[in-house]
Write a protein that binds this ligand. Structure first.
Ligand code: ADP
Ligand code: MG
Length: 257
């Protein structure tokens, strides 16, 4: 069964004297354990789509279901990771990554230990008592990843999480996030403007049109790229052909402006 189902989702934004259609008639299903990337022209509605799936905003029409239940509000079943880490500067890394558990009343010695275990797993075991400004950008995003995983969400929403990082850090983090997600058997949706990243990380790529976003095409990535770590996938002989295909399709959309 699909973990996430979108049916005829539409989103309109209203202001006093205008109306913007951000999403138009999107239907799709994402299975448990799948890694799906969403790409499309800038401003087409990608972040809006993730906000809808997170339950932060609601569709104007259509339905979004997680595990068969309509999403009405944000729940711990969905984790969110953004370009900016939004770590609180006045809290230590440990306090930051356990804050969600604390607000949900789920912070126990056991969940605290598990959070510190995850922190260690992502190479930040010695940073628990540090403050965010003592960490590099890459380390902060790793801490944000740990924070997202501590509440054990079923679905991970990643909105351009690597785009503020330098290239080398981004490549390393792609591998780390990919293997962490696979190891914990999570389902993930990644929004990115980096075609290479989408090909290297995902099982499927959903290409959206200009605003209002509609699904233009779905690319199914072949096993040899899907199963490789992103860095290896980027160096795989099949990678370039896929890159060209997705590039051309995206380019033809950009030219329609
Ligand atoms: P993307 O992430 O693909 O760059 P967004 O989802 O952020 O695009 O935005 C899609 C469109 O919806 C844009 O035209 C944006 O201005 C509009 N939009 C997004 N959020 C709001 C909002 N809260 N109120 C009004 N318009 C919005
Ligand atoms: Mg966006």
């Amino acid at each position: 069964m699909a973990l996430l189902e979108l049916e005829k989702v539409e989103k309109l934004f209203f202001s006093r004297d205008s109306m913007t259609t951000a999403i138009k008639n999107i239907s799709c299903a994402i299975d448990k354990g799948e890694f799906v990337s969403v790409i499309g022209p800038s401003g087409c509605g990608k972040s809006t789509l993730l906000s809808l799936i997170s339950g932060l905003i609601h569709p104007t029409s259509g339905t979004i279901k997680l595990d068969g239940k309509e999403i009405k509000k944000p729940t711990p079943e969905t984790g969110y990771m953004l370009q900016q880490d939004y770590l609180f500067p006045w809290l230590t890394i440990e306090q930051n990554i356990t804050l969600g558990l604390k607000t949900m009343g789920k912070l126990t010695e056991e969940t605290r230990k598990h959070s510190l275990y995850l922190l260690n797993e992502l190479g930040l075991g010695d940073r628990a008592n540090h403050y965010p400004n003592e960490l590099s950008g890459g380390m902060r995003q790793r801490a944000a990843l740990v924070r997202m995983l501590t509440s054990d969400p079923k679905l991970l929403l990643l909105d351009e999480p690597f785009s503020a990082l330098d290239y080398q850090t981004k490549l390393k983090l792609e591998d780390l996030v990919f293997s962490t997600i696979k190891q914990h058997r999570k389902t993930a949706i990644l929004v990115t403007h980096d075609i290479g990243e989408a090909i290297a990380m995902s099982d499927r790529i959903i290409l959206l049109s200009h605003r209002p976003a509609q699904v233009i095409r779905i690319f199914n990535i072949p096993d040899e790229l899907r199963n490789a770590l992103p860095f290896q996938a980027r160096n795989h002989p099949a990678f370039n052909g896929w890159f060209q295909d997705v590039w051309k399709e995206l380019e033809s959309l950009e030219q329609q402006i």
